[in-house]
Design a protein around this ligand. Structure first.
Ligand code: ARG
Length: 467
């Protein structure tokens, strides 16, 4: 294509030389930012109204613009929008098409506006919607987890520290530990949506709007809670992207950690859980294998999201004020994190709602030595200082170990050699249920404490009750 018949660039006024076609492709963002077409058009519709409100255009012109923009919207939605060479990004593509539909009046739309305040507005609109959809997936995941915790409250298994058996806990308590992490993620996401929901539009390229556009009106039209109060800040701030990427990374870390737990629990050595066929795959070589691919992918994708965050932070850090083209690098990580989170949350909910548990295997993994703390606590209840009881219980563990037997087979006489306060009622210590249900303080693994957690999370899910 020679420079004379090349499509006219929106910013082409002062440029005479042709652009290197490679540079054209390098510069273009249309292939990824086209997914913001609706936000871009909605923003332009509101902007048309604001222009008319300030008598920059007539009401008739406003209606023509809005109707034309609606036609462009219909084309996108009907998959009929044709991207043309020269459509550098979604903003230029929509404006070019509007011009084809309504003629030269389209040229009035951009009065006082720059792609700098436009793109910042589009991104906030887009992420506001997308983050709300992601929030719904997250709440669904929490609901699935809580429902499961309620149903399986009687299943007991070892609680681990250092991946060593530590103390008996309820399976529900384990599940809810993730529900609480995700609850915190949901709170953070709600706050993030609230924070990003302010309007950059009406800031011009950087210095502000020369036609005194009514920015409060624009904010209202677009559902923003207010305006950004400094035009330089408005066009260059991408903290909301950074925050979203961090949020996505942290939420993926939580998903990755439960994935790791469940991968371990689904191994033959543990056998606590079995994934539904819908979320596993076989091996092409070994017929006996059932692999937890869903969980491995979830764990793997946490790295991808974190990579998007760190990459963006590197692009963001060295930029002088205000808009610089580096900022175009904000979109792909944002889109990718949104897609990955949306998929990962739904897959995690699918895995959690369909997997099978094996309570007898869980229970079978409990061993009497896990009650050593309870043995110490038994003496505490008899008035012995805890530091001393810890030693005594340790000596009991050693005695059992030396004899090659299990802790609960030591007789009262054996124990009495360690401390005179041991009596026949020590037999009551050797119950996993008692150990668990002694942990009655809020936040513990006793049945009432777990039921209380369930009630709280259910109230939050149903009525948004603050926790
Ligand atoms: N495609 C650009 C971006 O995503 C839009 C803003 C362009 N602004 C400019 N001054 N070149 O950042």
């Amino acid at each position: 294509m020679s420079s004379s018949d090349a499509p006219k660039k929106l910013w082409g006024g002062r440029f005479t030389g042709a652009v290197d076609p490679l540079m054209d492709a390098f510069n273009a963002s249309i292939h990824f930012d086209k997914r913001m077409y609706a936000a871009d058009l909605v923003g332009s519709m509101a902007y048309s109204k604001a222009l008319a409100k300030n008598n920059i255009i007539t009401e008739e012109e406003r209606d023509t613009l809005v109707n034309g923009l609606q036609q462009v919207m219909d084309e996108w939605q009907g998959n009929k929008f044709v991207i043309k060479p020269g459509d550098e990004d979604i903003h230029t593509a929509n404006e070019r098409r509007l011009g084809e539909i309504i003629g030269p009046l389209a040229g009035k739309l951009h009065t006082g506006r720059s792609r700098n305040d436009q793109v910042a507005t589009d991104m906030r609109l887009w992420l506001r919607d997308e983050a709300s959809a992601i929030l719904a997936h997250l709440k669904e995941l929490i609901a699935v987890t809580v429902a499961r915790a309620e149903k399986e409250i009687d299943a007991l298994l070892p609680g681990y520290t250092h991946l060593q058996r530590a103390q008996p806990i309820r399976w529900s308590h384990f599940l809810l530990s993730y529900a609480w992490l995700w609850h915190a993620d949901a709170e953070r996401l709600e706050q993030l949506i609230e924070r990003l929901n302010v309007l950059p539009l009406g800031s011009g390229a950087l210095a502000g709007h020369a036609f005194n556009i009514d920015r409060e009106f624009l904010a209202k039209e677009l559902g923003f809670r207010g305006i950004i109060n400094n035009s330089l800040y408005a066009v260059s701030d991408r903290d909301f992207v950074a925050e979203f990427l961090f949020w996505a990374s942290l939420t993926m870390v939580h998903i990755s950690r439960i994935a790791e737990d469940l991968i371990i629990y689904s191994s033959s050595e543990f056998g606590f859980v079995k994934l539904a066929d819908a979320y596993s795959t076989g091996s092409s070589l070994m017929p006996q294998k059932k692999n937890p691919d869903s969980l491995e992918l979830l764990r793997g994708k946490s790295g991808r999201v974190f990579g998007g965050m760190s990459g963006f932070m590197m692009s963001y850090k060295g930029i002088p004020s205000t808009y610089n083209k580096d900022l175009q690098e904000d979109k792909e990580p944002m889109f990718d994190a949104a897609d990955t989170l949306s998929g990962s949350l739904q897959i995690t909910a699918g895995v959690l709602s369909t997997m099978q548990i094996f309570p007898e295997r869980m229970r079978g993994a409990l061993s009497a030595d896990m009650l050593a703390t309870d043995l110490a606590e038994y003496l505490v209840r008899k008035g012995v200082p805890f530091r001393e009881t810890h030693h005594i219980s340790g000596a009991a563990v050693k005695m059992a170990e030396d004899r090659g037997t299990s802790l609960d087979t030591l007789t009262v006489e054996d124990l009495k050699t360690l401390h005179p306060s041991f009596a026949d009622d020590v037999a009551n210590v050797w119950s996993y249920e008692t150990s668990i249900d002694n942990r009655t303080a809020p936040g513990g693994t006793s049945k009432p404490a777990v039921l209380d957690q369930i009630k709280k999370l259910q109230a939050w899910l149903a009525q948004g009750k603050k926790l």
